[in-house]
Design a protein around this ligand. Sequence first.
Ligand SMILES: *[C@@H]1O[C@H](CO)[C@@H](O)[C@H](O)[C@H]1NC(C)=O
Ligand SMILES: *[C@@H]1O[C@H](CO)[C@@H](O)[C@H](O)[C@H]1NC(C)=O
Ligand SMILES: *[C@@H]1O[C@H](CO)[C@@H](O)[C@H](O)[C@H]1NC(C)=O
Ligand SMILES: *[C@@H]1O[C@H](CO)[C@@H](O)[C@H](O)[C@H]1NC(C)=O
Ligand SMILES: *[C@@H]1O[C@H](CO)[C@@H](O)[C@H](O)[C@H]1NC(C)=O
Ligand SMILES: *[C@@H]1O[C@H](CO)[C@@H](O)[C@H](O)[C@H]1NC(C)=O
Length: 935
Amino acid sequence: MHLWSQLVLAVLPSVLPTTLGQHVLYLSGDGWTVSSKALNISVPGNVPSQVHLDLLDANVIDEPYHGLNDFNLRWIAENNWTYTSKPIDGLPSTSKSSWLVFNGLDTFTTIEFCGQFIGTTNNQFRQYTFDISNALKHCNGSPTVSLEFGSATKIANAIAADPNSQKWPSGVQGTFEFPNRWYIRKEQSDFGWDWGPAFSPAGPWQNIYLVQSEGEEDIYILNTGFDIYRKGQINHLAPDQSQPWVVNASIDYLGSLLRPPSMSIEIKDLESGKVLKSGSLDNVIVSGQTITGTTIVDADTPSLWWPTGMGKQSLYNVTVTIQNADDDLASVTRRTGFRTIFLNRSNITDTQLARGIAPGANWHFEINGREFYAKGSNLIPPDAFWPRVTEAKMQRLFDAVVAGNQNMLRVWASSAYLPDFMYDLADERGVLLWSEFQFSDALYPTDHPFLDNVAAEVIYNVRRVNHHPSLALWAGGNEIESLELPSAKQHNPPSYPRLVGDYEHLFISLILPLVYENSRSISYMPSSTNNGFLEVNLSAPVPMTERYDNGTEEKGHYHGDTDYYNYDSRVAFDFISYPVGRFANEFGYHSMPSLQTWRQAVDDEDLHFNSSTIMLRNHHYPAGSPDTHNYTRSALGMAEMTLAVEQYYPIPNKQDSVANFSAWCHATQLFQADMYKSEIQFYRRGSGMPERQLGALYWQLEDIWQAPTWAGIEYDGRWKVLHYVARDIFQPVIVSPFWNYTTGDLAVYVTSDLWEMARGTVRFTWIDLSGKPISRNSGTPLTKQFSVGALNTTRIYETNLEQLTLPDTKDAVLVIDLTARGCLPNADNKTITTFTHRNQFMPVFPKDLALKNPELKLSHDALAGTFTVEAQRAVSLYTWLDYPAGVVGYFEDNSFSLLPGEKRTLRFVVQKDETGGKWVDGVTVRSLWDQTTKF
Ligand SMILES: *[C@@H]1O[C@H](CO)[C@@H](O)[C@H](O)[C@H]1NC(C)=O
Ligand SMILES: *[C@@H]1O[C@H](CO)[C@@H](O)[C@H](O)[C@H]1NC(C)=O
Ligand SMILES: *[C@@H]1O[C@H](CO)[C@@H](O)[C@H](O)[C@H]1NC(C)=O
Ligand SMILES: *[C@@H]1O[C@H](CO)[C@@H](O)[C@H](O)[C@H]1NC(C)=O
Ligand SMILES: *[C@@H]1O[C@H](CO)[C@@H](O)[C@H](O)[C@H]1NC(C)=O
Ligand SMILES: *[C@@H]1O[C@H](CO)[C@@H](O)[C@H](O)[C@H]1NC(C)=O
C-alpha cells in the first residue's frame, strides 16, 4: 500500500548513482503485528494502517461502517494498541547514524526499538524522526520496532481532568460524540461530527522508514518548501504581475553537510519537455537542518497555471540537487506551476465605488491578477480511515468535481492535511484548494507545549504542500471567529476579552508568521468566515488586526464571506433571507443518500425512513456524548428533512415499503438540490449587485460514510441530485427566475462569469403540464435579447404573477431557454463559444402541481453506449435516470425537464464497473410524477 508520494527519489541508486552510501529501509507493508494485552488480541498488521482496519482484515470485527458499529466499536478507541514490526534483518553494522522516520503517527505513541525506549509522539499531523544509532549499537540480534498507541479519547479526557489545563465557558465548545478533542492534535472529526461517525482510530497512518548513513556527508531529504512567487510579493498584498518570478527551493534533511554545499536547479516544462531554466541556485544558506537557495525566472517565460475553465494547467518539474565539491549528495523533484493566487481583502476603492460596488472591503480571490467566480464546495475527510482512501477513488472524486463545473474546494479544518497525491490530482485538473489548519468549532489551548506542537505541525505542512499550484489559501481554522467567539461573548461576557486574546495568540501571533516565513505566495486568514482585516503590521505583536464587526453594521456595507444555515424549511426558498456578502463559503441542508448506498451499510429490515439504525446514523443533531444514542436529537434532524419534503414536494406513499423508503430518500434529495440551486443562483447574481459577490462553495462535496448528510456525492461516488443540479447552475452563463411567492413578483436574470461580454437570446415558453402552449404565452414575451457584462448579471424580465393571464397556476410551467455567445474565461484561447442553459419556473411549489404522467420511455443504444429518454405524453419534471449498485459514474445530465415529444440522448460516464457491463440492464428513469404513484 504505497499511498503518499514519497521522497524516495533520493534513495534509489538507479536514479541517483552519485548518492553516497545511504541505506533506506521501507518499513511499510505487512509483517507487523497489532496487539492489545488487555484484550488478549493479536492479529497481523500493516503499515500504513489503523487498528480498526487491521482488526477488520483479521475478521475480529465486521466492517466499521455497518449498521450501528459506530457505537459498538467504542472499545477499540478506548484501549491501547501496539504495532510491532517483524525482526529487521541485515542492517549494516558499519553505518554511522541511524534514524526512524515516521511520516504520520495517529496520535499518542510510545516508540521502542530493540526493546529500548526511543521517544513519544503526540501529534497526528507531524513528521517525526528519532535517532536510533545508540539503540542499534546496543542491540543483540535483529531489532524490532514497537509502537504503542495510547487511547486518544482517554488521553483527551485525562488532560481535561487536570486542574491545570485550560478551561472554557460552558456551552462554547462543540462536542459531537467523544469530548475534549480540542486538547489534542488529532483529526477533530475523529471524535464525531454532525455528518460522520466517531471511531477515533489509532495507528501508523503513514509510511515508516529506517534511514542509515554510511559516510561523512550523507543526507536524506525529509521535506521540501518550494515557493514560487512574483519578486517583491507579500502575502496580503496584490502581486505585481509584471515582476519576474522568484523560485525559492528549501529542503529539510537528516544527516550532516560538512563543507558549504552548492545547489543546482533544473526546471522542465512537462508539456514540451523543454528545460526552462537550469544552473546553480543563488544565496545558498544552511540553517539548522534546512538548506535554501533561490533563482529568478523571467516574468513572461513560464506558461501560467490556471484553474479549470480558465486556461491550461501548465506544470513544471523542478529538480534541485545538493552538491559538495565532488558529488551530488541528494536530489529531489517537485512538480509545480507558475501562478499567483491572492485573497483580496483590501478596502473598496473610489474606482470600485464609481463602478457601483458597495462600500466596505473586498473578499474574493484573484488568479494571476484576475478576479473570477469561485464555484465549488467543501471537502470533508473522504473516509474515517485515511489509509483506505485510495488514489483511484480520489481520482474519481476530482473528476466529478471538474465535471461538476467546480473550480475550488475548501479543504475544511477538522480533517487531516491532505496527502500530496490529492494536491497532485487538483494540480492536474485545475481545482483550487483553499486549505485550512486543523482547528474547528472550539477554542484551543495556548500553553507553550501546545503552541510548540502546533508550530511544528504548521511548518511541516505549509512546506510540504507549498509547491502545489492548486494551493489557494491557508486559513487558521473553521468557524472560530464567526461562531466560537460570538458564542463565548454570549455565554460569558467577562471572559470574552481573554478568549479573543487567546484566539489572536494562536491564530495570528503564532501561525501567521509561520505561514509567511515558509510561503510568500499564499494568503493567510485566521479563521474560515470573517470580515477581513483592518491592518497588517508584521512587526506588531498581533500582526493582523482583524476587522471583526467594525463597520459591518453600516447599512449597505459589505466586508466578508458568509456561512449560513437555516433548518426552518419554510424559508428555504425565501431568497430575501439569504445572507448578502462578498463570498459564500458554507451553506446547505442535509438529505438522505440513495437506496443503493444505504444497502451497503444497513440490513434489509432497517430500510425504513425512521428505523432505529437509520435514525442513529443521522448525526444532525449529534448525541453530544459517546454514551450511545440520543433518539431525541436524531429525531430533530429526521424531522427537518421530513418537514421540508412535506412543505414543497409530493409526499411519497408507495405500497412496497422499500420502494417507499427509496422515494422518500429521493424526495429529500430533490428538496436539497432545489434549495442549493436557489442559493447558488442568488449568490452568483450578486456578482452584478452592489455586494460584488464572487464565490459560492456549498457544504459539502462528498460523504465520509453512508448516512443522511449535506453531501452531493455519496460514499462510494454516486452523485445525489445535488451534484447534478450544482453542475447545471455552475455553468458559465445561466438564466434564473427569482420568485417572491408572497408578493408574486417574478424577475428573470442572466448571470455570467465569463471575462468578456456575452450576448444572446432567452426564449420564454408557457405551457400547461400536458405540454400545450398557454394562450398568448400568458402575456410574457416569447424572446428577449440580452447582453451581459463580464462577471455580471442582468435582469431581462420582470412581472408579477397577477399581471399574467394564467388559466391555472397549478397547471403551468414557464420554460426558459438561453442561448449565448461569448469567450470562455480562458486566458489562452479566445474562440467564441455557444452556451445554452434551460431553467424552468412553476408558479406553485411542486406538491401543488397538477402533474400528469409523462409516460417516460427509456431506450439503450448498446453500440453508441447511450441512453435516450423521451416524455411521450406530458411534461416530465425532475427527470431522473438511476443506475444499479456495482458501478460508479454519472450521467451527462440528470434531474432535467423534458417537454412532451422531447428526447434526450445521454451517455453514462463509467468510472468503475464491477458488474461486467451488466449495469446497463438496471438503468431506470422516473420523474416527479412517480413520486405521486402507489407503485
Ligand atoms: C496506554 O497508553 C497511555 C499513553 O501512551 C499510557 O499512559 C497508559 O498507561 C497506557 N495504558 C495501559 C493500560 O497500558
Ligand atoms: C517529473 O518528475 C517525476 C518525479 O517527481 C518523474 O517521475 C517524471 O518522470 C518527471 N517528468 C519529466 C518529464 O522529467
Ligand atoms: C480600511 O478601512 C478601515 C475603515 O473601515 C480603516 O480602519 C483601515 O485602516 C483601512 N485599511 C487600510 C489598509 O487602508
Ligand atoms: C473593532 O476592532 C478592534 C480591533 O481589532 C476590536 O478590538 C473590536 O472588538 C472591534 N469591534 C467590533 C464591534 O467588532
Ligand atoms: C438527548 O437530547 C436531548 C435534547 O437535546 C437532551 O435533553 C437529553 O438530555 C439527551 N439525552 C441523553 C441521554 O443524553
Ligand atoms: C418578498 O418580499 C418581501 C418584501 O421585500 C420580503 O419581506 C419577503 O421576505 C419576500 N418573500 C419571499 C418569499 O421572497
